[in-house]
Design a protein around this ligand. Structure first.
Ligand code: NAD
Length: 253
């Protein structure tokens, strides 16, 4: 039956940046759909754990700084020890640094590109080589942005990294679709999370953003849960290389 295609029973999902915001939303959604969830973050994921365990789900955590050179090895080793398999990867962790283009330092540029772009590619590569390609199945969901489509204001490194996320999504899909691996992205609109705290506290920018969103409100982690389960499940088996906007209509303007 059609709704069965959306179930994630017996699947193992890895979500980076799982302690808060959208990452926490993906974890909760996957657990509710039946998956075992492995969260990856620098900080305690207690809140995510409580949300999942309170409804009978299973949650494991890997504490690691994704900027560390051995982060990918740490994730793979722990996934193997915890579950012995991975079926779904969500490259969600990301940072945004707001500064005028004229002031951006090489150090800040590299920080953003390393996490938002380089890690997305190399963690996907590592998971594909270890699990998805040998198993001829797997789901990768990259978290893009409205700034995969637009240039943004005072966030040039972020815009560059998120445009790259959309390109990486298509490039990997072109190579791996034939091996049963779906690579897609979700481009959230303006969501009320830590990522947008500064933006939302700037009265002028906040009003200008809200005025442009046809849905008339900021998004929430709950808003991306359905798209996450869809792209993680068999319901999207013939969807490859696509970036799905969940944006309250922002891109339609
Ligand atoms: P957030 O700041 O709450 O989440 C970012 C996550 O990344 C956190 O869990 C944080 O701990 C993790 N992280 C950052 N640096 C890390 C590191 N070095 N090691 C390990 N974890 C690290 O914001 P969010 O909105 O939930 O962001 C999630 C994703 O969604 C990001 O990729 C962000 O760019 C993207 N996004 C957010 C919005 C929005 O409006 N909130 C819009 C478009 C895209």
């Amino acid at each position: 039956m059609i709704l069965d295609l959306f179930r994630l029973d017996h699947k193992v999902a890895v979500v980076t940046g799982a302690n808060t915001g959208l990452g926490q939303g993906f974890c909760v959604a996957f657990a509710q759909a039946g998956a075992t969830v492995i969260g990856v973050a620098r900080r305690s994921m207690q809140e995510t754990r409580e949300k999942i365990e309170s409804t009978g789900g299973t949650f494991h955590e890997i504490l690691v700084d994704l900027s560390a050179p051995d982060a990918i090895d740490v994730i793979l080793d722990n996934c193997e020890k915890l579950c012995g398999r991975v079926d779904i990867l969500v490259n969600n962790a990301g940072i945004i640094l707001r500064e005028d283009a004229k002031d951006v330092s090489v150090e800040n540029w590299d920080k953003v590109i390393q996490l938002n772009q380089k890690l997305v590619f190399f963690l996907s590569q590592a998971m594909a080589n270890r699990y998805f390609l040998p198993n001829q199945s797997g789901k990768i969901i990259n978290i893009a942005s409205m700034l995969s489509f637009q240039g943004g204001i005072r966030v040039p490194a972020y815009a560059a990294s998120k445009s790259a996320v959309m390109a990486i999504t298509k490039a990997l899909a072109n190579e791996w679709a034939a091996f049963g691996v779906n690579v897609n992205a979700i481009a959230p609109g303006y969501m009320a999370t830590n990522n947008t705290t500064n933006l939302r506290s700037d009265a002028q920018r906040s009003e200008a953003i809200l005025e442009r969103i046809p849905a008339g409100r900021w998004g929430t982690p709950e808003d991306i849960m359905g798209a996450g389960v869809y792209l993680a499940s068999a319901a999207s088996d013939y969807v490859n290389g696509f970036t799905l906007a969940v944006d309250g209509g922002w891109l339609a303007r």
